[in-house]
Design a protein around this ligand. Sequence first.
Ligand code: FAD
Length: 276
Amino acid sequence: MTERTFSFEFFPPKTAEGMDKLRATREQLAQLKPKFFSVTFGAGGSTRDRTLETVRDIQASGSAAAPHLSCIGSTEESIREILTEYKSQGIRHLVALRGDLPSGSMDAGEFNYANELVAFIRRETGDWFEIEVAAYPEVHPQARSYTADLVNFKRKVDVGANSAITQYFFNADAYFRFVDDVRAQGVSIPIVPGIMPIGNYVQLARFSDACGAEIPRWLRKKLETYGDDMASLRAFGLDVITDMCDRLLVGGAPGLHFYTMNQAGPTTTIWQRLGL
Ligand code: FAD
């Protein structure tokens, strides 16, 4: 069996204080020896400098960093500049995405879909970068159909993606079915489940509706019962997510990618409970 890979995702802090807090989080999570820390990239390049700064900080601490790069609203020239900068910083790993246009923005730029970005990165930089792409076991919200989304996913692999990270989900069967279906299309790259610890129910429900991640009815109903009792909600959430991670790994998932929300606590607890 190939070695499983674990990774942790951060968003770039807006303030110096946030950056200090993130350093502390990173130091704690670095003890778990992830393959890399990834750092998100705001739509249309809005976090370009902060993503770069965060990534530099991670690399300087001796851990591997993988910046996300989204292409919607960008020109080839601006993406080329970013790739050149990352190369000069010794970054070898990227998460390549389409991104979403900020509401009210009319200019889609020179890229329409993530497969065009992956092809562009390969054209410009050859094999310098290991490229991750996004996968949607519960179907991307704008996809025409389940099958169309699979075909579009395969397109990203065909032009050079090395592995994929999924949108988060709370239903392990959706992941296993998706993996079976992409394997049936001849896709063999690792598909690492994206894991979202459960913290704030209202926020989670809003975000899940927007990104097409289903909170199963039983889970929604149960989470609603906790109301403002955050401690009980979190404790229950940790049980649910730990069980799901266990099922995923036992079922053959090639690792886990944690959406940490810049917090070390929930990820560390799940990690310890899984005995990783
Ligand atoms: P694509 O793969 O381009 O797919 C987008 C939609 O278009 C899908 O419905 C697909 O079926 C369809 N499609 C794809 N190709 C074609 C085609 N050629 N013709 C017709 N239809 C097509 N967003 C950010 O802004 N910054 C981040 O840092 C970020 N990080 C993320 C990390 C992960 C692991 C994930 C899962 C998502 C992340 N996102 C991020 C969100 C992501 O940008 C959105 O989900 C976005 O809507 C789709 O991006 P994508 O790369 O999956 O797009």
